[in-house]
Design a protein around this ligand. Structure first.
Ligand SMILES: [Zn+2]
Length: 326
């Protein structure tokens, strides 16, 4: 049975799966923390460990895999197999030949892709968008990433399409991490939400956010911390989340006005954590901005949850190293 390895390389964790595309089954999965230092070689070690763990759970070794795919942040060059300017990874600026390094260590051909693109593809093929021919993936986490499938094919534009996090939702609005103003991410990105929570706390507002963070041994406001605070009806948390939802509504509706996709899939750490009720709230927030408001798209939570990125990466290896199946 031809099976594939998939790796989702994130800024805080690495998720590995061994995936059987024909049976649509995850045969093994494992997680490793992303190293904070040691540069690309340390990250390669962690990727190999994670994949070995997933393979062991599937009852095999990595050299039996028919291909390995990696969904990576930063600038990915699939033809060269390199990743550059990965700001969330340790000392990773110059292009590093990640595919070659993994291939050698794991004994199977490796392919590199963009993390958001592969997660979008996975939801399209096996997840919340499987009956659709067009899809917008919105990955609501530390930042806000976007992926597009149009007429059944991924749309990359000239290589930079899908940056829904940098749709302008307010002219001269809040400062974004990209240096511009009024981007969706400046309101809805988890990093920016945390900055706002800290500022309002400094100004004297009360919140349980940072108490929950410390209780959980976290260094920043993770999706779980936001979820807990919201569940406890923390006023400040609810206010910042509502501000994020309104921005998502405006940004996603604007994208839908342009592209008229059938399905919008809400993924990412916050999207998956808040789940289906949040998809409903985002659709509600989109409504006033939809031009054809009597025919809104379907808005769903990512069906593959945390594993979408790794499953999508496994599919990447299948597209690049296709198998002839009897
Ligand atoms: Zn921006």
């Amino acid at each position: 049975m031809p099976v594939r390895g998939g790796l989702d390389l994130g800024g805080t964790k690495i998720q590995a799966v061994v995936f059987d595309p024909a049976g649509e089954r995850v045969l093994g999965q494992a997680r490793e923390p992303t190293p904070h230092e040691g540069g690309p070689p340390a990250v390669v070690d962690a990727l190999v460990d994670a994949l070995r763990g997933a393979a062991a759970q599937a009852g095999m070794t990595t050299d039996r895999l028919d291909g390995i795919g990696v969904g990576s942040p930063g600038e990915t060059d699939p033809s060269a197999g390199t990743v550059a300017h990965a700001n969330n990874l340790p000392d990773w600026d110059e292009p590093f030949a990640l595919a070659a390094a993994l291939s050698e260590r794991c004994g199977a051909p490796a392919t590199i892709g963009n993390d958001v693109d592969v997660a979008t593809q996975a939801e399209f093929e096996f997840g919340a968008g499987r009956e659709a021919s067009s899809l917008l993936g919105v990955f609501w986490g530390t930042g806000v990433g976007g992926g597009l499938i149009l007429d059944g094919e991924p749309w990359h534009g000239r290589g930079a399409a899908g940056e829904i996090g940098h749709m302008v939702v307010k002219i001269d609005g809040a400062r974004c991490a990209c240096g511009r103003r009024g981007c969706l991410e400046a309101y809805a990105g988890r990093r920016q939400m945390e900055t706002r929570a800290r500022r309002l706390t400094d100004e004297g507002r009360k919140t349980s956010l940072f108490k929950i963070m410390r209780e959980r041994g976290r260094e920043n406001l993770s999706s779980g911390v936001w979820y807990r605070a919201a569940a406890e009806n923390d006023e400040l948390a609810l206010e910042i989340i509502e501000r994020a939802v309104q921005a998502l509504g405006a940004g996603v509706a604007s994208a839908v006005n342009l592209l008229d996709v059938e399905v919008v899939v809400i993924g990412g750490g916050l999207g998956v954590r808040f789940g289906a009720p949040m998809a409903g709230r985002i659709l509600q927030a989109m409504h006033p901005h939809l031009f054809f408001d009597r025919r809104p798209p379907t808005v769903r939570v990512a069906a593959l949850g945390d594993l979408g990125g790794a499953i999508g990466a496994a599919l990447l290896s299948e597209r690049v190293h296709p198998l002839t199946r009897a």
